[in-house]
Design a protein around this ligand. Structure first.
Ligand code: TYD
Length: 219
């Protein structure tokens, strides 16, 4: 049960190709099957305005977006998401499963684009009024393996604008995610994303099970 409300706020983080989508789906199915009310959502996005910001950020052909503009757009999407969707769901006792949250901005914009993790953290603390996940599941994957997985998934097609960044960038953001986890080990579940789908799902269930008793809909 969350410290900040009746529900439970669970975030999935990691580089591209780490298997977040698969694990989110397995977890959503398991939670729903166990009678929990689940809000599954994603960033950027999750609200009407957030999805429009997502389009601006991720589509090809928008031209170069400078890192500060990018950071503010992610934070704006997040502010709307927290206010309109995440806080109300937590207040009603739901389990919120979110694909990416603040740590993605700290890794991609703070570390990857070189704006500095501390400054990006400040902007995001303001945007979210301090809302932190109860648990962050970090699916950790070597960037070289991640690039292979992406290429296999996309059939060799070019990814979106951000996915086209190079391996050095991805190595920097992997380290930023790991640093965040090391700074608050009780709030992170760091998993080696090369594990089998079933094994990873079992570890995630094992971590969340003791925290779920207060969330809505549970027996
Ligand atoms: P998406 O297609 O959702 O990628 P993934 O499946 O890997 O989550 O695109 C989201 C992209 O936006 C991804 O490259 C990570 C990036 N991103 C940031 O740079 N900063 C952020 O704060 C967030 C939430 C995402």
């Amino acid at each position: 049960m969350s410290e900040q409300s009746k529900g439970l706020f669970v975030v999935f983080e990691g580089g591209e190709g780490a298997g977040k989508t698969t694990q989110l789906q397995l977890l959503e199915d398991w939670l729903t099957g166990a009678g929990h009310t689940v809000l599954r959502t994603r960033e950027p996005g999750g609200t009407e305005i957030g999805e429009r910001i997502r389009g601006l950020l991720l589509e090809h052909g928008q031209g170069e977006v400078d890192p500060r503009t990018e950071t503010l757009l992610f934070a704006a999407s997040r502010a709307a998401h927290v206010t309109q969707k995440i806080r109300p769901a937590l207040a009603s006792g739901a389990v919120v499963l979110c694909d990416r949250y603040i740590d993605s901005s700290l890794a991609y914009q703070g570390a990857g684009r070189g704006l500095g993790v501390a400054e990006v953290a400040q902007i995001n603390a303001w945007a979210t009024q301090g809302l932190q996940p109860d648990v962050t599941v970090l699916l950790d994957l070597d960037p070289a393996l991640s690039a292979q997985r992406r290429a296999a998934r996309d059939g060799g097609a070019a990814g979106d604008r951000i996915e086209s960044a190079d391996l050095v960038f991805h190595a920097a953001l992997r380290q930023a995610f790991l640093d965040r986890a090391a700074g608050a080990p009780k709030r992170y579940l760091v998993l080696d994303a090369t594990g089998s789908m079933e094994q990873l799902h079992a570890e995630i269930r094992g971590c969340l099970q003791p925290l779920l008793n207060g969330a809505a809909g549970a027996d």
